[in-house]
Design a protein around this ligand. Structure first.
Ligand SMILES: Cc1ncc(COP(=O)(O)O)c(C=O)c1O
Length: 371
């Protein structure tokens, strides 16, 4: 295995220093919360022992209901990131054919490279509105394919999958007896109630992963999970987890349990806040003529681009954006795209920061454009 740092992490606000960023539009989560905001109370007598290797039992029981599986078909991980690593490393060997969605949260792609897989990209195309084409993905599956990965709601475009398409691709994978990993980290970030079924509830060949990080805005509780109705797979995954970390943090998992017990109550004001901020982004996009986008349908990010007719030095653009305007966004290269594209996270900053950050995006174009 060979690990290379991902740009999205190397250039992340945590690494750059939150204090050095005036308008932070890089984040793909809602505003970070305090323990008080989400009502976490940690009893003093919490025993700091090794925890259940699968993860906190009460937490797994809570989650199991959502997937219609047993609590032993849920494995708690250190964020959705570790869930991806655990699944890939348990299922894939060097040279294995794997199909991953592109663009994507980089770990969903890069871990397959770290493992030396034969990785093929299922590319979402801008000219098709970054829409999912189930037939195109299905046509890429070969007899030797070991795993298919998709991510919905999608990072970085904010597109979503229809229930019909999800059912169709899961059925195709089931018929071909290959696993499909569905990264549902943004699953709660839907407009209106969450109605698309969780993939793992549809078939033992579908593996769902998710975490608390994005929707509730508590990425510091490093807790995510894997759900799978495939008992044999679960045995491989728990073996991998035990080699990685034995078990998760009992403190984090207790916090996660308390937060998830109040998920609906906590999500209600968050969804209202997202709606306000999304309206600001929509209004902004309609008010200017230098950027274009595919309007997102879920999540809290979008992936606009500088219109092709605008002549500018893109490196200069990002420099001016960062240094003159104090605005930070996720440049295209984080997602293996050109830097005329960038990810804008609109739910993390305050309304004032969001408005100022969006204004900076067009002001920086005005400053550096050559035509
Ligand atoms: C699609 C997706 N999956 C997984 C992750 C990892 O998140 P975490 O480990 O905080 O749950 C991210 C983070 O950006 C993501 O966008």
């Amino acid at each position: 295995m060979y690990f290379k740092r991902m740009k999205i992490e190397q250039e992340s606000p945590e690494e750059f220093g939150y204090g050095n960023i005036k308008y932070n539009l890089t984040e793909s989560s809602t505003t970070d919360k305090t323990m008080k905001d989400v009502g976490i109370v940690l009893p003093e007598d919490t025993l700091l022992c090794y925890g259940d290797h699968y993860g906190n039992e009460k937490l797994r029981e809570l989650l199991a209901k959502e997937y219609g599986v047993s609590k032993d078909n849920i494995i708690i991980t250190v964020g959705a990131c570790m869930a991806v690593f655990t699944i890939y490393s348990a299922l894939l060997n060097p040279g294995d054919h794997v199909i991953v969605m592109h663009p994507n949260y980089p770990a969903d792609i890069d871990i397959t490279h770290s493992l030396g897989c034969n990785t093929e990209y299922y590319r979402l195309k801008q000219e098709n509105g970054f829409k999912f084409d189930v037939d195109e993905l299905a046509s890429m599956i070969k007899p030797e394919t070991k795993l298919v990965n998709i991510t919905y709601p999608h990072n970085p475009t904010g597109t979503v999958i229809s229930e019909a398409d999800l059912r169709k691709i899961v059925k195709i994978c089931e018929e071909k007896k290959i696993h499909i990993l569905v990264d549902e980290t943004y699953g709660d970030l839907t407009v209106g109630p969450r109605t698309t079924p969780r993939a793992a509830s549809l078939s033992p060949y579908a593996i769902s992963i998710e975490s608390l990080s994005k929707a509730i805005g508590v990425p510091g509780i490093r807790t995510g999970w894997i759900a799978s109705g495939d008992d044999e797979l679960i045995m491989k995954l728990i073996a991998a987890k035990e080699q990685i970390c034995i078990c998760g943090s009992v403190v984090d998992e207790e916090c996660a349990y308390q937060v998830l017990s109040r998920r609906e109550e906590l999500m209600a004001p968050i969804k209202e806040d997202i709606a306000v901020k999304f309206a600001i982004v929509k209004e902004f996009m309609a008010s200017q003529d230098v950027l274009d986008w595919v309007e997102p349908e879920g999540g809290v990010v979008c992936f606009p681009w500088i219109k092709p007719e605008i002549d500018l030095d893109v490196e200069e653009y990002h420099k001016v954006l960062n240094e003159k305007y104090g605005v930070f966004i996720g440049p295209g290269h984080w997602f293996d795209f050109d830097d005329r594209h960038f990810r804008v996270g609109y739910a993390w900053p305050s309304v004032e920061e969001l408005k100022a950050g969006l204004q900076g995006l067009v002001d920086a174009v005005k400053d550096v454009r050559k035509n």
